[in-house]
Design a protein. Structure first.
Length: 180
């Protein structure tokens, strides 16, 4: 009987150990499920992010172009106002002519120089505009001719000292947008 008892004890101990291992394995498996994502969940998140990116990127691009257009409208309005203001100052001094040029002899097609900042002691724009041949920037192309690039299109503006106008060709759709 002692032998049978020992076998039963061993058998019970082995069964207990097996049950203990089974419970531990089950607990670990449940724990792993809680801390990991399934493949379906990951694919779903990637698809949602892709859709959001497809919608957001074009909106950001349009916003940038709108900001450039708004800035240029303000530049044009400031320049026109400065031309008139300078003319008024000249009239008070007995001179009826408009300012001769909008820059201080800036070379044509030169980048990283200031335009519209001063001419002959007259300040047009307080800080001027830095030239660059890129979207959202001005560039002097000839005497009293300046281009502004927006959305890859260059819009030519001409200053006429005879009558003080600073304008572009209104048949150009961007010119219409910038000067309305």
């Amino acid at each position: 009987m002692g032998l049978v008892f020992n076998i039963k004890t061993i058998y019970i101990n082995e069964a207990s150990a097996s049950l203990h291992l089974l419970l531990n394995f089950s607990t670990q498996r449940t724990h792993m499920k809680k801390s990991a994502f399934t493949m379906i969940e990951l694919i779903f998140v990637i698809v949602v992010l892709g859709i959001l990116a497809a919608v957001a990127i074009p909106k950001l691009s349009a916003t940038r172009t709108d900001a450039q257009i708004s800035k240029t409208k303000a530049d044009i309005a400031s320049l026109r106002s400065s031309i008139i203001s300078e003319r008024q100052g000249r009239l008070l001094q007995g001179e009826s002519s408009y300012i001769g040029s909008l820059d201080s002899n800036v070379s044509n097609n030169t980048a990283d120089v200031l335009l519209f900042d001063a001419y002959g002691g007259a300040t047009l724009l307080m800080y001027g505009v830095t030239t660059k041949d890129a979207n959202g920037h001005w560039l002097k192309t000839a005497t009293n001719q300046y281009t502004y690039k927006v959305d890859g299109n260059s819009i030519l503006f001409t200053y006429l000292p005879a009558n003080g106008t600073f304008d572009c060709d209104h048949s150009n759709s961007y010119c219409k947008i910038l000067t309305q």
